[in-house]
Design a binder for this molecule. Sequence first.
Ligand SMILES: [Zn+2]
Length: 186
Amino acid sequence: MNVATLPPRHHRTTDGRTARAWAALEAVPDPEIPVVSIRDLGILRDVVPGADGVLEIVITPTYSGCPAMSQIAEDIGQALDGAGLAPWRIRSVLAPAWTTDWITPAARERLRAFGIAPPGQCGTPAAVQPLRFVPRAARAGAPDVVACPRCGSVHTQEISRFASTACKALYRCLDCREPFDYFKPY
Ligand SMILES: [Zn+2]
């Protein structure tokens, strides 16, 4: 058999390679909130074996100009290289726009355990989510009622629209007195 006629190695292992890429990328944490991965947050959208043999990683930035995105791209590259999955490229897809609704339920729990109040749903119809313990503010555009991630109290107060990062707001619990970050829904 003429070895020169064999396709490059990555052409023969397309499916396994895609699965290995998902597995490698599952472990890539969000640089700002390391308890959740980029897959948990919905930033990682797809892994596509390109026709040219280059693995294409599709990501959607959380918001345009998010300073974490260049770090995320770097971490993706390191994870893929470390798993021997080169060559790869990253494609940013801006539509549909990322929403906090894409954050998985398990990741919301990890956020809460980490001391960050997870975002309320902004796009889910009420019929899909019949249990809503925290009433939403009636006025459109008004901030949600945010439960304290430590004690669960809804007696909380916004201190600042922006916390450690632009996508979070700083709150304070009026019962346990602890300040905490709220991941703003959008
Ligand atoms: Zn509290």
